[in-house]
Ligand binder design. Structure first.
Ligand code: PHE
Ligand code: ZN
Length: 856
């Protein structure tokens, strides 16, 4: 293991490049032979040595031009292949052998579930052959695949199929050619037997594109929604960004063994099957939403990521922040814009703010990295998207699009930096973005404080704004950032809105001619990724929640109310009663829901544990959980008739996934969630919905309502559910997660049983996450138990998992890293768990990087 840190400041352009890459794969589960013919060109005439990356490869032979090299003519270690070079252009022929079946890390070429599949981002290609495995080396790929015809009727790689023939030994040979030069991380190979769902798409300029979805046998019917979503993405990118697809085929393969959500390999996306396969009876509305947004995300990468790629991995946000921004805009056009924004903001306020406050804090463009896989984070992705969104806010849609056009004009076919992107935005708009660039290098969550002063004589309202970013684990000193602050002034004379661009630590904003009652709503739509501290009273917040024309502002004001109430509940030992004005608001929402039912359902929700937790430096786990419980009880008792009536009014809804139906189901199931707290009398309602449900959203809503209310019907229904769905692993994952979230000590025995379930597998990231991510993230009460059992379970799991799949173990360790945010007893327990991990011999770089930072 290397355990070495790479720094952005050490970047050197490549000394050699690879003009063409010709690969031949003789596929075999345990003995695959890869022949790579590389046409190399020296870029730096000073260089006399070439060094190629490699990992876990067995070198069979090496030719320099046509000459077979003897072992003493090159240097081959476990990480590198080095040789002396005298010519400016030359050819290397490298034969390596790999073992895809033994590859449980699912990085490089792996064999799982009867098929071969590859995953090369970020540095997986070096597990296939020796190569310049870095994104700024772009090469034209030709890929030949030879495999047994009966087992692997489909042999797929990037680009266009140029040859296919049967060999006389029962094997087939297929050859693919990708005309677009690309870095190795976008290479892909898939071989297997699949159901194939085909569609087509005519681009704006009239070209026909074949759309091929390859999914597990028998699952073809469940890919139809994803295929449609792909067509919608293609149309949307033409209309909004003027970008068209560039190859004749677009292939998507869905596999059950996958480390992440999906991968944008050129012309051949590989997806985690849970983000392709949906049908109303097996998938929830949230699953449908995720499929559409991830299909969009990977498709949008074709321009933002593939046509223009990253110079080095520190620039990851160049493609990810931008592509998340694009997929969020797409989703917003497909469904409830407000609710989509709310969900995106929640990701920032919970997971991203938590990351900033953790030992893993980093800017959207990290400055140093040990294991790149650890930097596919909410900071790089989601905060990165917020940074792009701020550019959009500053420049406006037309200016932003002008910047995008200039970016493609300048950089199509290149590997570039985040600076290149900002420069294109700057030049296209003649807008000075030099101060804005700090967002790329400064980590941490800015705190924006607002204080009001009203002068009745002048009818003048002055807002004093102050920004301050606390030190993070990676950076002690912080400067002032450019903050686009959208605001709206609520007063009798109507709403005034505008944009204030804050640049300094302290600034003032003055409104003249406003009444004493005027209320400024700041940071509308979360126009900058900051924590806002304001001086509103409960009454004022409730006024915003009732009167603001902007749905997001209403929701946001309610979020602030919840924080106030939590604070009061904590100080009053839970004698605290929610105020009457709050119940009036809820009553009104239940009686007369907004047109946007999904938004109504959001407004009617008590925030989850993580939302509350992120507002504390030291998280009072037990107080939060008991306050949430009390809030929910109060709502369900005080508003029982209204909840019931609203539930009944919205109980009949067509099964189809569309914005209206999704909203109605969300509202109805929010009511059910409160009604379930009525114990015995609720049982009929719960069973009735469960048994008559025509879709997974409604079924699962019953189970989670039972779970949240500790309703005894839970266990019987879970058993019934298991019998019904034991054949479908993606549905079983939901069942695993529900069990793991069960808020009682029984969960420990339950998890032992789950791990013995015939469908559970330590090799499969979806299964492992279904159990343990749910346990660590959705079961705070048991995970943070004072006897340390929760931390111990997670630690045992990580020790077992790390040798199998380091990427997955390094993701699961996250909740242990923030030990400093808990009380002393918990701190000691969590630290002991981290020490156990770090003492383990042979722990992966992935896990080591995080654990060592947490213990530093
Ligand atoms: N690049 C992928 C995406 O964002 C994510 C990914 C990273 C997948 C690394 C696999 C491995 O769409
Ligand atoms: Zn992406």
């Amino acid at each position: 293991m290397s355990r070495s840190v790479k720094r952005l400041s050490d970047y050197q352009p490549p000394g050699f490049t690879i003009d063409s890459t010709d690969l031949t794969f003789e596929l075999d589960a345990t003995h695959t032979v890869v022949t790579a013919v590389l046409e190399l060109r020296r870029l730096d005439p000073q260089l006399t040595e070439l060094s190629l990356d490699g990992q876990q490869l067995q070198l069979l032979s090496l030719h320099y031009n046509d000459k077979l090299l003897a072992a003493n003519e090159f240097d081959c270690t476990s990480q590198q292949l080095r040789l002396k070079v005298t010519e400016d252009t030359f050819r290397l022929t490298i034969r390596t052998q790999i073992n895809p079946l033994a590859n449980t890390a699912l990085e490089g070429l792996y064999y799982a579930n009867g098929s071969f599949c590859s995953q090369c981002e970020a540095e997986g290609f070096r597990r296939i052959t020796y190569y310049l495995d870095r994104p700024d080396v772009l090469s034209v790929f030709r890929t030949t695949i030879i495999a047994d015809t009966a087992h692997y009727p489909y042999l797929l790689s990037n680009g266009n199929k140029v040859e296919q023939r049967k060999l006389d030994n029962g094997q087939t040979l297929v050859c693919w050619q990708d005309p677009f030069p690309k870095p190795s991380y976008l290479f892909a190979l898939v071989a297997g037997d699949f159901d194939l769902l085909r569609g087509d798409y005519q681009t704006r300029s009239g070209r026909m594109v074949a759309l091929d979805f390859f999914v597990e046998k028998g699952q073809g019917g469940k890919a139809a929604f994803a295929l449609d979503a792909l067509k919608r993405s293609m149309r949307w990118d033409e209309q909004r960004f003027g970008l068209e697809y560039d190859l004749d085929t677009y292939m998507v393969v869905a596999v059950d063994f996958f480390n992440m959500g999906a991968m944008e390999n050129k012309g051949l996306n590989v997806f985690n099957s849970k983000y392709v396969l949906v049908s109303e009876d097996t998938a929830t509305d949230t699953d449908f939403f995720n499929v559409e947004s991830i299909i969009g995300h990977e498709y949008f990468h074709n321009w933002t990521g593939n046509r223009v790629t990253c110079r080095d991995w520190f620039q990851l946000s160049l493609k990810e922040g931008l592509t998340v921004f694009r997929d969020q805009e797409f989703s917003r056009d497909m469904g409830s814009a407000t609710v989509n924004r709310i969900h995106a903001v929640q990701v920032i306020r919970t997971a991203q703010f938590a990351e900033d406050a953790s030992p893993m804090a980093h800017p959207i463009r990290p400055q140093q990295v040990m294991e790149m896989n650890n930097f596919y984070t909410v900071t790089v992705y989601d905060k990165g998207a917020e940074v792009i969104r701020m550019l959009h806010t500053l420049l406006g849609e037309a200016g932003f699009q002008a910047g995008m056009r200039l970016y493609f004009e300048r950089h199509d076919g290149q590997a570039v930096t985040c600076d290149d992107f900002v420069q294109a935005m700057q030049d296209a708009n003649h807008y000075d973005l030099s101060a804005f660039r700090l967002w790329y290098q400064q980590s941490g969550t800015p705190e924006l404080t607002m204080q009001r002063h009203y002068e009745p004589q002048q009818q003048r309202l002055t807002l004093r704004l102050n920004q301050r970013t606390a030190a993070t684990a990676d950076q002690p000193d912080k400067a002032a950032l450019v903050l686009p602050v959208r605001y709206q002034l609520l007063d009798e004379s109507g709403n005034k809105s505008g944009l204030f661009v804050m640049q300094e630590h302290n600034e003032t904003l003055v409104f003249d001619g406003v009444s004493a009652q005027a209320l400024p709503v700041m940071l509308e739509d979360f126009s900058a990724p900051v924590r806002l501290k304001h001086d509103y009273s409960e009454q004022e917040l409730l006024r915003i929640a009732m009167e603001a024309s902007n749905g997001f502002a209403r929701w946001d004001a309610l979020q602030s109310c919840w924080m106030l109430w939590l604070d009061q509940a904590m100080h009053q030992n839970n004698d605290f009663r929610l105020p009457d004005a709050f119940f009036e608001l809820y009553q009104q929402l239940l009686k007369l829901p907004l047109d946007d039912k999904a938004l109504t359902a959001e407004l009617l929700k008590v925030p989850e544990y993580h939302v509350f937790a992120e507002n504390f430096q030291q998280i009072p786990v037990d107080a939060i959980l008991s306050a949430i419980h009390s809030f929910r009880q109060q709502i369900s008792q005080r508003l029982a008739p209204e909840l019931k009536a609203c539930y009944q009014q919205h109980s009949v809804v067509a099964v189809e996934y569309n914005e209206m139906n999704v909203g109605i189901r969300a509202l109805k199931n929010r009511c059910l969630d409160y009604l379930a707290l009525h114990g015995q009398p609720a049982e009929t309602l719960l069973l009735q919905q469960y048994n008559s449900a025509s879709n997974m959203t409604d079924k699962l809503a019953v189970l989670s309502a039972c779970l949240h209310s500790a309703h005894p019907a839970f266990f019987g229904l879970m058993q019934q559910f298991a019998t019904e769905w034991q054949h479908d692993v993606l549905v079983l994952d939901k069942w695993f997660s529900l069990h793991a979230a069960q808020p009682s000590a029984q969960v420990f025995e339950q998890i032992t049983l789950l791990c013995q379930h015939p469908k559970f597998s330590w090799q499969n990231p979806n299964r492992v996450r279904a159990v343990f991510h749910a346990f660590a993230m959705q079961n705070p009460g048991q995970f943070h138990r004072m006897d340390g059992r929760g931390y111990q379970l997670l630690t045992d799991t990580l020790l077992k998992l790390d040798p199998i799949n380091p990427q997955v173990s390094a993701r699961l360790v996250t909740p242990l890293l923030s030990w400093q945010r808990f009380d002393l007893e918990r701190q000691a327990l969590m630290k002991a768990a981290l020490h156990r991990l770090s003492a383990q011999p042979g722990i992966s770089d992935d896990l080591y990087e995080k654990v060592s930072k947490a213990l530093a």
